[in-house]
Write a protein that binds this ligand. Structure first.
Ligand code: ATP
Ligand code: MG
Length: 422
């Protein structure tokens, strides 16, 4: 029979890899705790309308990337392509935004029907952070300072750079869009196919084009910065000043526009040159209009999401995965003969006395030789050996598997003391 395989672009996370994810997720969630951002969880499936109304009808995501289908009741539902819209929906539904501020985070899978490749999957994972109810640049800066600290704690600071820009309020952006369309329309011949399409649907995205001819054309295009409203300009200058004061280096990238419609004012991306084409590991910005757009009271907001797969790739590329994240056992208990009760009891005693140890008991029987082979393969530095003779004598064989040393025979208390001293 033909075996059933996973859906293209949807990966399994295998035991050898999951320790890295737990490490990364652990560092991030602890950091967010220290900034007092609180976790929120919401469903993976939402009404399709939520994403159409928030992300925008003429964006790549809504036009061609959503997993949308009719449920059994013929309602159109969509596997979430991102978390911000869901987060706003959940907050509104539970009155979390009424006359109060919120600093929140979430983690989990997102779904986009894209062409699978390195760093680009159809089910991928994000950790997102959102701050609601604060219009001032201090919170934009806090999010970036927090992210910069995260890169330091992960040891990848040198490999990422912060690019930042301001899109202004919607009116300013509309005026700029008009000027850009007027300019580009005069040079249609020089535009690549994608950009021609975007010129009609989402002209700001032309600024994103990687096509050299389009890039050359953009050198003389009207500049977004010249169209910014005073309030956005001031806000942006203050964000930049706060970053400078905090010692977070950044580059202003006037062509940074982001692919979702809801952004206003500040937008940013953390990018690396270590991962090839998929170099954005974290991206976000301010979205002061979104809550109202989704039917709530006008509420300023700013947030970002980072891609876990890309961060893991980066940690691996830079050799920044700590040894603990490989999740090897510290001790492997070899149990030969009729000693199951003693071996399980020894393991429990070790876990009582040394709660941080990862103790693997050998289950399933087998000869001494085959069990020692498994102990070796487990990667554990130490094997504790129990046979019927040892159990009768109240002794344990202690064998170092990664270094030259005589095997010792100790009682349980001495074994615990030895393990404690390592
Ligand atoms: P890109 O320009 O790479 O397509 P995006 O602008 O679509 O990214 P966002 O929607 O801002 O990305 O998502 C934030 C982060 O989530 C990205 O910076 C990236 O790290 C990650 N991400 C987005 N799409 C994918 C995907 N298909 N596979 C893996 N990670 C992704
Ligand atoms: Mg994308």
């Amino acid at each position: 029979m033909k075996k059933i395989q996973a859906i293209r672009g949807m990966n399994d996370l295998l035991p050898g890899q999951s320790g890295r994810w737990q490490y990364l997720e652990g560092v991030v969630s602890d950091l967010l705790r220290r900034y007092h951002y609180q976790e929120i969880r919401f469903p993976i499936l939402e009404q399709t309308e939520l994403f159409k109304r928030s992300i925008g009808e003429v964006t790549d995501i809504v036009e061609k990337e959503m997993y949308t289908f009719a449920d059994r009741n013929d309602e159109s539902v969509t596997l979430r392509p991102e978390g911000t819209a869901c987060c706003v929906r959940a907050c509104e539904e539970h009155g979390l935004l009424y006359n109060q501020t919120q600093k929140l985070w979430y983690a989990g899978p997102m779904f986009r029907y894209e062409k699978p490749q390195k760093g680009r999957l159809r089910q991928f994972h994000q950790i997102g952070v959102e701050a609601f109810g604060m219009a001032t640049p201090d919170v934009d800066a806090e999010l970036l300072i927090l992210t910069a600290r995260l890169w330091r704690e992960l040891g990848i600071s040198d490999a990422v750079t912060l690019q930042i820009n301001s899109l202004g309020v919607p009116e300013a952006r509309a005026a700029y869009r008009e000027a850009l369309v007027a300019y580009l329309s005069g040079h249609r011949d020089a535009l690549d196919e994608d950009s021609l399409r975007r010129l009609e649907s989402n002209p700001l995205r032309v600024l994103d084009s990687k096509d050299p001819n389009t890039q050359a054309l953009l050198a003389d295009a009207p500049r977004l910065g010249d169209y910014l409203d005073d309030e956005s300009r001031q806000h942006f200058e203050q964000v930049c000043a706060l970053l400078t004061a905090a010692g977070v280096p950044f580059e202003v990238n006037e062509r940074l526009v982001r692919g979702l419609d809801y952004y206003t004012k500040t937008v940013f991306e953390w990018v690396t040159d270590k991962l090839g084409a998929q170099g954005t590991v974290c991206a976000g910005g301010r979205y002061d209009g979104l809550v109202e757009q989704l039917g709530g009271r006008a509420t300023p907001a700013v947030g970002f999401a980072m891609g876990i797969e890309r961060l893991i790739l980066l940690l691996e590329a830079l050799d920044c995965v700590p040894e603990a994240a490989t999740q090897l056992p510290d001790v492997y208990i070899v149990a030969v003969g009729d000693v199951s009760a003693a071996s399980l009891a020894l393991a429990e005693a070790l876990r009582n006395a040394l709660p941080y140890l990862a103790v693997q008991t050998h289950c399933g029987g087998g000869s001494f030789k085959s069990q020692m082979k498994k102990a070796d393969k487990s990667g554990a530095p130490i094997a504790l050996i129990l046979g019927e003779d040892e159990v009768k004598a109240g002794q344990i064989g202690v064998k170092f598997l990664r270094e030259q040393a005589e095997q010792q025979t100790l009682d349980q208390a001495a074994t615990i003391e030895l393990l404690k001293s390592l």
